[in-house]
Design a protein around this ligand. Sequence first.
Ligand code: GP9
Ligand code: MN
Length: 628
Amino acid sequence: MFQKWKGNDASSKKKLIYAVVFAMFWLKMTFIQGGVFTLGLENINQAAILAFNPLSSIFLLFGLGILLAGRKGLLGAYILGSVLLYLNVLFYREYNDFITIPMLGQLANLAGLGGSITNILSATDIFLFVDVFVAIFLLFYLNPSRIQSFLPKRKEGLVLAIIAVPLFLINLGWAQTERPELLKRAFDRNLLVKNIGVLDFHIYDSVLQGQTEMKKTFADSNELVPALNYINEKDVDPNSEMTGVAEGKNVILLSLESTQTFVVDRELNGKELTPYFNDLKEEGAYFSNFYHQVKQGRTSDSEFLLDNSLYGLNRGAAFFTHAGNEYEATPEVLGEEGYTSVNMHANDQTFWNRNVMYDSLGYDEYYSKEDYDVTEDKSYGWGYLDEYFFSDSLDKMEELEQPFYSKMITLTNHYPFTLPEDKKLIEEGNTSSGTLNRYFQTIRYQDEALKQFVEDFKRSDLYDDTVLIIYGDHFGISENHQEAMGEYLGKDINDYEQFQLQRVPLLILGEGIEPKEHETVGGQIDLRPTIMNLLGVDDDNPVQFGHDLFSKDRNGMTITRDGNFANEDYVGVNETCFDRETGEKVVGEACAEGFKQAQEELEISDSIVYGDLLRYLDETEMIKQERK
Ligand code: GP9
Ligand code: MN
């Protein structure tokens, strides 16, 4: 009798301890998903889904832990889950995104965050681990393990893991009431995490990983046909008046780190943020509605877009995951025209796997950190300060065999946007975000370095024979700083404004290029065809999604990697349609076609990269020739 009572008591105590352990993790996960990530909850239903969605992953994780190693397994699962959540918190702070499996293959790059890591860690993060100690206490001290029935049984673990399945199905069904075909919209990770939770998202991501790995194995040349058909259908003629205006000239591409269009012609405390660029843009073709289209691969994605006129990937960076593909990129095509192609970037040559990928893209030279005079007094934050990078790079270009195609990539205006005292030319901002406040200063510094470079370049022999193309690689201020951005810009940053903040400056300078502001809607994917038309080069790679920015037939359709888009009339963001000029919401179906095209185009581009389809280009050409 006594034994039985003791047993029962132990069993109910055990259940209570389990319940507390489960509840603690559930609360933590809900807090992180709701309070740390900014997932944009729009109604009670979405908030309820967000609170419910941790459950299936907790049952699965803890169930498997118990199944594998009983009480120790449960604790192990608790720690593993906590670490995974925390890594996502850190990643989210830096990238405003969630970790994907391909990103794990880029740990060296994440380590390269170096200077940024101290900015990402916060002392209060310790609170995200307090519960781990409570779990240890509950499971190992409070739990009188000598009583047999107190120990978790393996089969209980199995039952818990199985319960995860119906829980997930309920979650998914419920989420689909908010967002039909949720899992098909895999490029919107915020949406996925908001609906299925960050841990289930990782499981889903593993499934995607498996699928993408299969794609290359099973790809064949026939898959290129729908891509070519699609591209032909959307084709527009380049502007013939611009064809060959820069024939035989050198091309210098200048990629400005984290530079967004909102800084152009704007002031802080009465001082211009980019005084030099503001004047310089009057000398060339300046595009004020030009968008970056990058995702997890950041700068490397912008390079991928530029040299291939293909979209980067939704998960990971193609520079890492698909460096072994066959490409027919700009350097290769220009190489046939006698161009020397070089990259200049004073960072480690392995960063973003550039040393490997640049070979695949057909570059002749890569001047990386080791080719610059990088000393401590000339470095700060991410490394070599722009002013020195610029002057060394100009020296190098003066020595290059001409004509050349060279890409310079700056570094100083990178998160966390820090500068030595004597390089700060303006005061910090006074918004609620330190990041944005410092960004103003590094932008101002970059502009000064740009001035020195362009002035030196104008005095050099290169000037008359070169087209200079300056563009921003991607945003610097993520949506985590929306509120501060709103304070600075004096307006609320809704989805429309956030989308418009993804514009980056583009300026094309050179003889024969009329100084003019173009309001044309375009993106980085359009750079290659624009450059090729200016050079008058017949680019015979048909697999490109961009169109000449000077073309008179463009409809402006510009698709961002998260399936949103802008065209001349509308901006379509997260299923909502806005008037592009006014930002007013547009009801009805005005954006339906655009969203559909965005999804289709991204899928086709992905099929090319995942299937390594450019390896079949010659074959397809042959088929086409035979048909003629
Ligand atoms: C580093 C530079 C910056 O080499 O490209 O990287 P980012 O984080 O902007 O992609
Ligand atoms: Mn960058």
